[in-house]
Design a protein around this ligand. Structure first.
Ligand SMILES: Cc1ncc(COP(=O)(O)O)c(C=O)c1O
Length: 390
């Protein structure tokens, strides 16, 4: 009795792994989870009290579909607006950026058509797109992100409904799109009059230098949609994220969202708004950057110490993930089974390749576990790798 589009739907292997990793005592590098001890719990509790003092029970009422105006004003001010002139009319608040992916898919994806992604790409996005019965075309990517020449080559054969990219510390590899390529991609998108969705939950978590300009800012036209989230910089349980784009598109998205959930949780929006007003967000992001950098460094040092010489990995300059490559013929899924038996988990990279390649790759999350647990977990993975003859 299920709809036809459900027939291709399979449960994500990551969700299954995450179920196992919730068992006590396991060291998990599997989820994309922020460090729970850094959640600003006290500040959020204070924000909640402040809301009732300021707004009474209106913070519990239905609200507008686009989202709380005060919050949209703050978001538009936060966005790099040098060239994009973003105002609250260009923003819609969503229940996590995962909902943003669903709403954009509903608005733009036509059955049987194409979505272009970098390779590998975020599994949650691939799942959201697949529900709309599109074909996902992986475009060749390297340590500087998606390759403009490969994109041009693909465009000679197909015109996609959507190009989906994560230019900053992407999930799963931690790779960022270089500035030179950002400009090339922007030119290609404009020249071919395409639609590009930029998903940027990790951009503020840079470990050195500063944030690179977004494609949305560089492109500054209706061809670019920007999406970000407070999940990684405040707390994912609040489920507050946003999409930014052309005003006409935002109006259409609001109609689509009405059919989905009427609006994003009013109280959650007030909480984020109040928290942003308390001016603690910047120092909180500094703390996250410092802590995650330490954890990345700890993981890199432990891999140097415990992993066999034939295994390689990258060193992302931000975000929450790094990417490990085993020698060609090894299968990370087999290694995982032996690691789980020793109470340590990761996600095999193959999950993130829409064409089923990447069997010998591993995504490691470094934000969630403490340095001690990182050392212990990496040591165990190193033992399993050596036992497998790597
Ligand atoms: C690239 C990317 N996009 C979107 C999401 C979904 O985030 P949320 O719905 O919590 O905003 C994630 C979560 O890990 C992600 O890594």
């Amino acid at each position: 009795m299920y709809a036809e589009r459900i027939s291709g739907l399979k449960s994500s292997a990551i969700r299954e792994i995450l179920k196992i990793t919730s068992r006590p005592g396991i060291i998990s590098f599997a989820g994309g989870l922020p460090a729970p001890e850094l959640f600003p719990g006290k500040e959020i509790a204070e924000a909640a009290q402040g809301i009732f003092a300021k707004y009474g029970t209106s913070a519990l009422q239905y609200s507008v579909t686009e989202g709380l105006l005060a919050l949209r004003e703050k978001i538009s001010a936060m966005l790099d607006t040098d060239t994009s002139h973003t105002g609250p009319q260009n923003i819609i608040i969503t229940h996590g950026s995962q909902q943003g992916l669903d709403l954009i898919s509903k608005l733009y994806l036509e059955k049987g058509r194409f979505v272009f992604t970098e390779t590998p790409s975020y599994l949650g996005a691939l799942q959201a797109f697949r529900l709309f019965e599109v074909d996902i075309l992986p475009i060749a990517s390297d340590e500087d992100g998606i390759q403009p020449q490969s994109l041009l080559k693909a465009l000679k054969k197909q015109r996609p409904d959507l190009i989906y990219l994560m230019p900053n510390f992407q999930n799963p590899t931690g790779v960022s799109l270089s500035l030179e390529r950002r400009m090339q991609i922007v030119d290609i998108v404009k020249e071919h009059d395409l639609l590009l969705l930029e998903d940027d939950p990790y951009g503020d978590l840079f470990f050195s230098g500063q944030k690179m300009p977004s494609l949305f800012t560089l492109g500054s036209s209706r061809n670019f949609i920007y999406m970000s989230s407070f999940s990684k910089t405040i707390a994912p349980g609040l489920r507050i994220a946003y999409l930014a784009g052309d005003e006409a598109m935002i109006s259409k998205l609001a109609v689509v969202k009405q059919g989905t959930d009427l609006q994003t949780n009013t109280f959650g929006q007030y909480l984020v708004n109040e928290y942003l007003e308390s001016n603690k967000y910047d120092s909180h992001k500094d703390l996250l950057r410092q802590t995650y950098k330490q954890r990345r460094d700890c993981m890199l040092a432990a891999m140097d110490k415990y992993f066999p010489g034939s295994v390689s990995w990258n060193c992302p300059n931000g975000g929450m993930f790094l990417w490990v490559t085993l020698p060609g013929h090894y299968v990370a899924g087999d290694i995982l089974l032996n690691c789980l038996a020793r109470n340590v988990a990761f996600v095999p990279g193959q999950e993130f390749f829409s064409d089923g390649s990447g069997q010998n790759t591993i995504r490691l999350n470094f934000s969630n576990a403490t340095p001690e647990k990182i050392e212990e977990g990496i040591k165990k993975i190193g033992e399993v790798l050596k036992e497998a003859g790597i």
